[in-house]
Design a protein around this ligand. Structure first.
Ligand code: BGC
Length: 811
């Protein structure tokens, strides 16, 4: 133990109390022993430090900070050094704003394009997500701040996020959903990690021994701080036993009393409590020390400039038709019409706990005059939400008629992408499409400038002669986009996720989001390009795709036991960067595999005409698969194909390499699993899924009365009329906020929160017993429930006072 001396001085009440938060954003201090509190803040693409009362989802505005592009955007840069630079800037801002632990980066896997938080996550591919996350972690932590990768693990759905169970086989868990975290922990050396809300195979992530002890601590050697997501603790004692060190935000002393009771009963040992306390002490003491080296200010302009560079490096050019001539880059003095509401009110970040109060926001409308093109006018074109507005539409079409080129700014609106809700389709608002179609009839030179944090369907694709995707580019995205439009910069972003033609084509279409308690990951490894490539499904834009104003040639591949070497040449007329991608295709053997998997990449900047030798090394992940029989990483013997390409569907060089196997124990019977061996996984029968799980599919049906882990939105089924009324009121409030075009995050949070959350999120005012009473009232046992609520209220108040006295914090 690192802090045995301090632990020896702590009372058992102090140890139990320190393992849960004191307020929305702080851990508990113990003044008597000089144990300081640590301050936590979101987040992933900018610091959200609230002043005054914290309220979790941001009713209280936060202090201004740089809003960098979101993770989904930066992932398109495929540039780890850029990730590290952003991380460093985030760390500096955290330091200047008095934040110790930054709650990010987010790196859950984009299992479906519909997950409402995809804009906060990097990729559908764990290798890319892990590498980018590790780069952020390195940058943030270089400033003495702890990064906190989240949400560990298998948290790929927002619907009932606090009350759902991700059911998946061990191999899929390891290869797809944990590999990114493994990289962030082992390579990034993250010092803290956040557990997710959901269950993984029937056990809440925060009390999941397999995840937290066996994998995170024992296998990956993590010795940092495990923090719950806000309200993600189900059973605090079980969490402590798994070395989850800090329950956030502030469950009150009820949680501490549970620890004391467990010690007494023997379900928790003093060693376990001490170990958990030791991890926490190590973090708060290190962070307090780091505070001495803190910067007091950050350079707003320099960070704005970095945010612009980051946005620019991440822009993906999806289309630039050659015939009769390429529109992009725009020629000098081109007469352009700037159309679309996003040109004046940009969409540059998503909603939820990651929402940053930017230091400033630039718009294309303001900035276009400083570029060498002639803007003949701007038009709003459409309303953010609702039906087409004929007046706005007409005005825009008239303007479009007069221009050489139309720059059309469009995409997903605020309501489409938010924490707390999943999208229900992949379309952009119909009124924006109608306007685009109307403009295409009067002007064929349309450049689409898309803003969206996640993949969208593009049935309107042919209306745009050129298409740039800026994702959610942060506060400086407008200038970045204009740099690329005018050729001041060469686009070098490549898609970090696949764009399917239709939502119906996606691998998890039938399984996502779960309608019952269980979300069955029947598609297994076949997420994103792993599915489309294997099953030969045509896509709109493949993984890794993006165009450039120049062209690149790949040649002279040499494969050795350590890695690959090849020559990359910029064969065009403009300087620019290429993202060379290394995919590995395993032999068709006894282990089912996706057609190819990303195992390395390099972003290379080359001057026009320049050639360079590029090296990509193999690592422990290049050939491995998780063997569920030997319970370890193995290699299958055979001849592997090493492919170097410009995207998953554009392989330029190939070579093979013989690899020795590491075991003869094979886990699968191919005859029993034809879906998995063919990759056609959209309709996996129960028997095959069971063969994959190696156990019966757990029953996930909601039944009977509502329990502590059922979500408030399920009061729809409540026996009590009062509860059904409350459900209706909440639903109306939710709808009202949706009609206004902006999600109300606190309502969404309550909506998806289970009953236990009432105790966990009320800073000690409600105990678990009171929350249980409430659930009973909802189930129609009014008297019995109210007795618990009222009795619990007085008991809780008294017990809190007594405990506070023991801590020396009472009034
Ligand atoms: C989110 C986390 C966030 C936390 C604190 C939760 O609702 O899931 O990502 O860090 O709130 O704001």
């Amino acid at each position: 133990m690192k802090h045995a001396e301090i632990i020896a001085k702590m009372t058992v009440e102090e140890k139990a109390a320190i393992l849960s938060g004191a307020s929305e954003w702080e851990s508990r201090e113990i003044k008597r022993l000089g144990i300081p509190a640590a301050f936590f803040s979101d987040g992933p693409h900018g610091v959200r430090k609230q002043e005054g009362e914290g309220d979790h989802l941001g009713l209280n505005a936060s202090v201004p900070a740089t809003c960098f592009p979101t993770a989904a955007t930066i992932a398109n840069s495929w540039d780890e050094s850029l990730g590290e630079e952003i991380g460093k800037a985030l760390g500096e801002e955290a330091s200047a704003l008095g934040v110790d632990v930054l709650l990010g980066p987010g790196l859950n896997i984009k299992r479906s394009p519909l997950c409402g938080r995809n804009f906060e996550y990097f990729s559908e591919d764990p290798y890319l997500a892990g590498k980018m996350a590790a780069s952020y972690v390195r940058g943030i932590q270089s400033q003495g701040i702890y990064a906190c990768p989240k949400h560990f693990a298998v948290n790929s759905q927002e619907l009932r996020r606090m009350a759902m169970n991700s059911v998946l086989d061990e191999r899929t868990l390891r290869e797809i959903y944990l590999t990114g975290f493994e990289i962030a922990i082992k390579e990034g050396k993250a010092k803290s990690i956040m557990t997710s809300y959901n269950e993984v195979n029937g056990v809440y992530a925060n009390e999941n021994e397999h995840l937290l002890k066996e994998i995170l601590r024992e296998e990956w050697g993590f010795d940092g701080l495990v923090v719950t997501d806000w309200g993600a603790s189900n059973d605090h004692v079980k969490g402590v036993a798994c070395r989850s060190n800090l329950e956030m935000p502030a469950p009150g002393l009820d949680a501490a009393r549970e620890v004391l009771a467990a010690l007494e009963e023997g379900s928790l040992s003093m060693e376990e409590l001490d170990q958990c306390t030791d991890d926490l002490l190590d973090a708060v003491l290190t962070l307090a020390k780091n505070r001495e080296k803190r910067v007091r200010e950050f350079d707003r302009e320099a960070h704005h400039t970095l945010a612009k560079k980051a946005a620019r490096e991440s822009i993906v050019m999806l289309k630039n038709e050659e015939k009769p001539f390429q529109l992009l880059p725009l020629k000098e003095n081109t007469r352009v019409a700037l159309i679309g509401d996003f040109a004046s009110v940009p969409r540059y970040q998503g909603a939820g706990s990651s929402l940053v109060n930017p230091t400033k926001v630039e718009t294309m409308e303001q900035m276009i005059s400083s570029y060498p093109i002639q803007c003949i006018g701007t038009a709003k074109g459409y309303q953010r939400t609702g039906e087409a507005d004929e007046v706005l539409k007409k005005e825009a079409v008239n303007l479009a008629k007069m221009a050489d080129v139309v720059i059309y700014c469009f995409g997903l609106d605020e309501l489409s992408e938010s924490e707390g809700l999943d999208r229900t389709h992949m379309r952009i608002p119909q009124n924006q499409v109608e306007l685009l179609e109307a403009m295409a009839k009067v002007n064929s030179n349309i450049v689409g400038v898309l803003s969206a944090g996640s993949a969208v369907e593009m049935p309107w694709h042919s209306c745009c002669k050129a298409l740039l995707h800026g994702y959610l580019g942060g506060q400086a995205s407008a200038g970045a986009m204009l740099d690329v439009l005018t050729g001041k910069a060469n686009p070098s972003g490549r898609l970090s996720e696949t764009y399917p033609v239709r939502y119906e084509d996606t691998p998890a279409f039938k399984y996502f989001p779960s309608t019952e308690r269980n979300s069955e990951y029947r598609e297994s490894l076949f997420v994103g390009y792993r599915y489309y490539d294997t099953s030969k499904v045509r896509v709109q834009y493949p993984f890794g795709y993006g165009l450039s104003y120049t062209s690149f040639e790949y040649s002279d591949l040499r494969v050795t036991a350590d890695g690959v070497e090849f020559v990359l040449t910029n064969t065009g007329k403009m300087d620019g960067a290429e993202v060379a991608q290394m995919y590995v295709c395993a032999p068709k053997g006894k282990i089912f595999r996706p057609d190819k998997e990303l195992k390395g990449f390099a972003k290379v900047f080359l001057k026009a005409g320049e050639s360079r030798k590029v090296q990509i090394l193999f690592d422990d992940k290049t050939f491995r698969y998780w063997n569920v029989e030997t319970d370890s990483w193995e290699k299958e013997a055979g001849r592997y194909e090493i492919c170097i390409g410009a995207c998953a569907l554009d392989i330029r060089l190939r070579e093979t390499l013989e690899i020795e196997g590491t075991t003869d124990t094979m886990p699968y019977d191919a005859e029993k699993m034809p879906s998995y061996f063919s990759g056609i996984i959209r309709d996996v029968p129960d028997a095959e899924f069971e063969a994959l799980l190696k156990q019966p599919i757990p029953d996930g049906k909601w039944s009977g009365e509502l329990g502590m882990n059922d979500a408030i939105c399920q009061m729809y089924y409540a026996k009590s009329r009062l509860a059904r009324m409350i459900y209706k009121i909440l639903t109306n409030l939710k709808k009202k906020s949706e009609d206004k075009g902006k999600p109300d995050l606190n309502i969404l949070f309550i909506y998806n929160m289970p009953f236990r959350g009432i105790a966990k999120m009320t800073h000690g005012a409600v105990s678990m017993k009171m929350a249980e009473g409430m659930a009973e009232v909802v189930n129609g046992h009014f008297m019995k429930g109210m007795k618990k609520v009222l009795g619990g209220f007085f008991e809780n108040r008294k017990a809190n006072k007594e405990y506070e006295k023991k801590l020396g914090t009472g009034k």
